[in-house]
Design a protein around this ligand. Structure first.
Ligand SMILES: [Zn+2]
Length: 177
């Protein structure tokens, strides 16, 4: 290596490092949900955890449930019967029955997906940054089994201004006794 090569290599490394820092910074600023409740440091309700292999989940879940919950799929808009549920009760995780949303927080978003303005408890769900499909979105997962539920957006109604856009397939409705 002569001096020019060394200088060039060092220069290139410095530039890549700067670009990396710059891109991190940009991503951080463009995250749509800045004021979301985060349960990152909190334990799931009751400290409960359900961990299974894909093969084990396949025995319990129907194919469309497995696709959404374990493969982070999205159900067709308007396909869930939960869109029309307005009775008193709780929406629980299909996979592990963890209570997720109260009927009081449900609203008609017009999207075709069951929508809520807040989870039943801060630690009922957890968030992750999702950069799939060229978008930066905040993924919502069940805090007990890590099942994919949907995403949260900041264009929801009062009092939180949040819209938890959920897959009905990932949830079951438990009517208030
Ligand atoms: Zn779950």
């Amino acid at each position: 290596m002569n001096r020019t090569t060394i200088l060039f290599t060092v220069g290139a490394l410095v530039i890549s490092a700067l670009l990396l820092v710059a891109s991190r910074f940009r991503e951080g600023r463009s995250t749509p949900v800045a004021n979301t409740q985060t349960a990152a440091d909190e334990k799931p309700p009751g400290g409960r955890r359900v961990v299974k292999t894909d093969a084990e989940w396949k025995k319990i879940l129907k194919p469309d449930q497995f696709y959404v919950l374990r493969e982070k799929g999205t159900e067709r808009a308007g396909s869930s019967s939960l869109n029309n549920v307005h009775e008193e009760g709780t929406f629980v995780c299909t996979a592990c029955k963890n209570p997720l949303f109260d009927y009081k927080a449900k609203f008609d978003s017009g999207t075709g997906w069951p929508s809520f303005y807040q989870p039943v408890a801060k630690n009922a769900v957890k968030e992750a940054k999702d950069v799939a499909f060229g978008m930066v979105r905040t993924e919502i997962m069940c805090s007990v089994c890590d099942g994919h539920l949907g995403h949260v957006f900041d264009d929801g109604p009062k009092p939180t201004g949040l819209r938890y856009c959920m897959n009905g397939t990932a949830m079951q409705f438990v009517k208030k006794p």
